[in-house]
Design a protein around this ligand. Sequence first.
Ligand SMILES: CC(C)(COP(=O)(O)OP(=O)(O)OC[C@H]1O[C@@H](n2cnc3c(N)ncnc32)[C@H](O)[C@@H]1OP(=O)(O)O)[C@@H](O)C(=O)NCCC(=O)NCCS
Length: 275
Amino acid sequence: MPPGHTGGRESIDRHEIHLWCAEVPPGCEDSALYADQYATLSDAERVQLERFHFDWLKRRYLTTRALVRSTLSHYVPAVAPAHWEFEPARHGRPELVNPHPQAKALRFNVSHTNQLVVLAVGHDRELGVDIECIARKAPLSLARRSFSRIEQEELEALAPDRQERRFWDLWTFKESYIKARGLGLSLPLDAFSFRFDDDCSVRLELDASLLDCASNWQLWQYRLDGENLLALCATRVTDAPTVVSLRVAQPMRAHRFIARTPSRLSHPTATQDRP
Ligand SMILES: CC(C)(COP(=O)(O)OP(=O)(O)OC[C@H]1O[C@@H](n2cnc3c(N)ncnc32)[C@H](O)[C@@H]1OP(=O)(O)O)[C@@H](O)C(=O)NCCC(=O)NCCS
C-alpha cells in the first residue's frame, strides 16, 4: 500500500455520487492528525497554507486538501494521498491530471463554509456542489441584483419570513449549477432559473443563450443540520436513477455513512428548457 494511505477502499459506479463532509477542527489540539494531513500536501500547497493569516483559514485549507487527497486514494489505492496532482481549468476549477487509468473517470467538486468542507465524487460526469451556512442573514439585495426575473418575482411574492429560506435554496442551487458547468461567474446568474412547484421538488429552466439543456441535469438539496444547506448538480449519465450517499469523514482517519433524505430533488421529467 502506498505511504500515507489509510487503507479505506471505496468504489463508485456510473449511477452513484458520493458526498463526503468534514468538519474544520476548531483548534489544533491533535498534532498527530495535523502531521498526517500536512504530509499529504504538495510543496505549492504548503506555501499556500503559510500564506493564510488566520488560523481557522489554515485549518480549513488543510482539511480541504487532506479530504480531497485521502478520499481520492480510497477510490484509487494505487495513488497515495500525497501523489494526487491537480491543474486549474480555465475558470479555476481544479481537475485531476494523474495518468492512472482508474483516476481518469473520477470527477470531484469541493465547497466550504467556515466550519464544514464538502466533497462530491462522481464517475465520468460533471458535478457541482455548494454548501452554505443558512444561520446567517441572507443578503436579499443580491437576489434583486443578480437572480433571474422569475426567481426575483417568486421570492418577493413570498411572506417575509419565508424569503430568507427561499434565497438560500436559490443561491445554493445556482452556485451548484455554475460549479458543475465549471464556468464560474462568467455564467450570467440571471440566464437560468430554479423553480419550486412544491416544498420538495426543483426544476431548472435555462435561457437558450446558455447553449445547454435543462434535462441534462439532476439536482438534489440536503439540510445537513439546522445550519447547513447543501445543493448538488450533476449531469444525467445513465437511464438508471442516480444514487447519492453521504459520508462524514475525518481526513486521514475515519469515515462513516450517514442517512439523509434530500429536502428537494429534481424529478426525471420535471426539467424544462425555455424556448
Ligand atoms: C469560485 C466559485 C466557483 C465558488 O466560490 P465560493 O462559493 O466562494 O466557494 P465554494 O466554497 O462553494 O467553492 C470553492 C471551491 O470550488 C472549486 N472551484 C474553483 N473554481 C471553480 C469553478 N470555476 N467551477 C467549479 N468549481 C470551482 C475549488 O475547488 C474551490 O475550493 P478550493 O479553492 O479549496 O479548491 C464561484 O462560483 C464564485 O466565485 N462564487 C462567488 C459567490 C457568488 O457570487 N455566487 C453566486 C451564486 S447565486
